[in-house]
Design a protein around this ligand. Structure first.
Ligand code: GTP
Length: 598
């Protein structure tokens, strides 16, 4: 049967270990795309992904492979993101696969996301196929990495494929192993239809396009379908596969991964995690869905030009169509006007969304510093969710405040354990355990406040370990902390968008640093501007922006009009990303200044 010739798999890896390059080689080797068509990292469709070299949205591609046994096999390759922000999407794509190729860098070995991702695969009962990549590197040590995979992950790596995706080494062997080692899908063709939605995207002609894994039954155009969780029903207009361009098919059957279009206008009707069944002869139960994901990090997005508020809302709505993890709601700031409090899975996600808004929708934005959601318990026994620091209730009304903690695992060479522990302690970390990965590396686990991770933990971790440490974390729950809100006053006026919440022990130091930073960032005016940090009505730090004396351009030779024009132009462009707050011009950078410790 055709089912025996299908292989559905994902590729999981730590960031940069070569997942995209291996996907590219598989597409090339199976002639899915001709070499001329082959762009590097074809699976990373978004420009942004290509530029940043990261995979954000997953893609399901069908390729055909003629195996040594003479049969032609259909591979469905489901790409997954490697970054910690997107681990939710990893688990989603894994639910669609029967096996996972585990890519480990031959020089780096098992890293934090290797472990996190492979555990997700193991939880999903996937067959794991280890590949040790980058064996061409001088520092490659495939034997040591094999041992590490066995010791740390606990799977047999003796038959791991040794590959160099860059040089094309090991790819034929990998293709054969996909056929022999990854199980063919199971699932009856005659049972009622159950298809798991694991991705969605918006197409202005076809409506919402769903990527699905059919578990049982057969799905055809013209049929009436129902989404078992949302209850919505539609008529299927088209089904097909991505190869990698979309190719229409007459049907999708149990075991297939493909796309479904049904003129769906409302993304809420057909969320990833939902199950599609037929209106006639429906399945009894939906497939296990996904945990609803909650944004971890919130920030205010404001158009620099207030007239663009509606454009910003439209843009956010469009982005939300293929990014269900993006959340936003209107918010007003005295300083910045009308904007949106926007929730992200993490800082990378935040960066990506901001950049997309600016590039794809041509918006100039002011973004406030990211914040976690705090739980403030008031004296009258209520709990208030605070995702915007300026909205923390008055000190007098607060009994206690809780903040989210994460369970972090940090993998690092022995030599740096001291540095890691010192850093984690300094960031209010609580030591959990430490295990040896092998003779030279350890896995250190800490409980840490999420806010400190957002602050500058990752940058510090990288610099204190010369880039050798890798980090992964899960939310472990809320804990009570001694937190205070710091307000910033410019020229005596409180700027709500600059408020932040910090542990009392760090309040003084961070207030000092930020007032100093703002002094450097905020342009001078022809009057003196005091910059103050306050807890309640008490000023805890202060700096002063001196008045300027001369026009900036007056120093430039009048005989050089080009340069003057350039300077003025540069100033003008710089100005776009500023906001007038009272009498003071505040540039974008100032809102991020609270993220910098020094
Ligand atoms: P994300 O998409 O960010 O998760 O990364 P990835 O795991 O997909 O890694 P990607 O394929 O983008 O490769 C990361 C870097 O490693 C790129 O610069 C590749 O060119 C390089 N690379 C991939 N495979 C090899 C290899 O076999 N040998 C060498 N030397 N470099 C490789």
């Amino acid at each position: 049967a055709r089912q025996n010739h299908i292989r559905n798999f994902s590729i999981v890896a730590h960031i940069d270990h070569g997942k995209s390059t291996i996907s590219d080689r598989i597409l090339e080797a199976t002639h899915t795309v001709t070499e001329r068509e082959m762009q590097n990292q074809l699976l990373d469709t978004m420009d942004l992904e290509r530029e940043r070299g990261i995979t954000i949205k997953m893609n399901a591609v069908e390729v055909h492979y003629k195996a040594n046994d003479g049969g032609t096999y259909i591979f469905h390759l489901v790409d997954t993101p490697g970054h910690v922000d997107f681990s939710y999407e990893v688990s989603r794509s894994l639910a669609a696969a029967d096996g996972a190729i585990l890519v480990v860098d031959a020089a780096q070995g098992v890293e934090a996301q290797t472990l996190a991702n492979v555990y997700l695969a193991i939880e999903n009962d996937l067959e794991i196929l280890p590949v040790i990549n980058k064996i061409d590197l001088p520092a490659a040590n495939p034997e040591a990495v094999k041992t590490e995979i066995e010791d740390v992950i606990g799977i047999d790596a003796s038959n791991a494929v040794l590959a160099s995706a860059k040089k094309g080494i090991g790819i034929p062997e990998l293709l054969e192993k996909i056929v022999t080692d990854i199980p063919a899908p199971e699932g009856s063709l005659t049972d009622p239809l159950q298809a798991l939605i694991f991705d969605s995207a918006y197409d202005s002609y076809k409506g919402v396009i769903l990527t699905v894994r059919v578990k049982t039954g057969i799905l055809k155009p013209g049929e009436k379908i129902k989404f078992m969780n949302s209850g919505a029903s539609y008529e299927v207009t088209e089904v097909g596969v991505n190869s990698p361009a979309p190719i229409k098919r007459d049907y999708l059957m149990a075991g297939d991964i493909g796309y479904v279009a049904a003129s769906i206008k409302n993304i809420r009707d057909a969320r990833p995690g939902d199950t599609i069944t037929h209106v006639k002869q429906p399945a009894e139960n939906p497939l296990p869905g996904y945990q609803p994901m909650t944004p971890m990090v919130y920030s205010g997005l404001y158009p620099t030009d207030n007239a663009k508020y509606n454009d910003l809302r439209d843009a956010l709505e469009k982005l939300q169509l293929n990014d269900a993890s993006l959340e936003f709601e209107p918010e007003t700031s005295q300083a910045l006007g009308f904007g949106f409090r926007t929730g992200f899975l993490g800082l990378l996600h935040m960066d990506v969304i901001q950049e997309r808004l600016e590039r794809e929708f041509d918006l100039d934005l002011i973004t406030t510093a990211p914040s976690v959601t705090y739980h403030a318990f008031t004296t009258d026994g209520e709990m208030v969710d605070v995702a915007n620091p300026s909205e923390l209730p008055d000190v007098a009304e607060i009994k206690t405040i809780e903040e989210p903690f994460v369970h972090a695992q940090i993998m690092v060479p022995n030599d740096y354990v001291g540095a890691v522990m010192e850093l984690a302690q300094a960031k209010r970390g609580e030591f959990d355990t430490m295990d040896y990965l092998d003779e030279t590396r350890v896995n250190v686990k800490y409980y840490m406040p999420l806010s400190e991770i957002i602050f500058d933990f990752f940058d510090k971790l990288k610099s204190n370990t010369r880039g050798y440490a890798s980090l992964d974390y899960d939310i472990s729950g809320y804990r009570q902390s001694d937190l205070v809100k710091i307000d910033i006053l410019l020229n005596g006026d409180k700027v709500d968008a600059l408020s932040f919440i910090v542990h009392r022990d760090f309040a003084q130091e961070r207030s000092r640093v930020i007032t100093k930073k703002l002094k450097e960032i905020i342009p001078r005016r022809n009057f003196e501007i005091p910059v103050q940090a306050a807890i309640g009505s008490k000023i805890v730090a202060r700096s002063t922006i001196k008045a300027y004396r001369k026009d900036v351009t007056s120093r430039i030779h009048t005989g050089d009009p080009d340069r003057r024009a350039k300077l003025l132009d540069k100033q003008k462009r710089g100005k776009k990303r500023m906001k007038s707050v009272g009498t003071v011009e505040v540039p974008q950078e100032a809102f991020m200044a609270v993220l910098k410790a020094d």
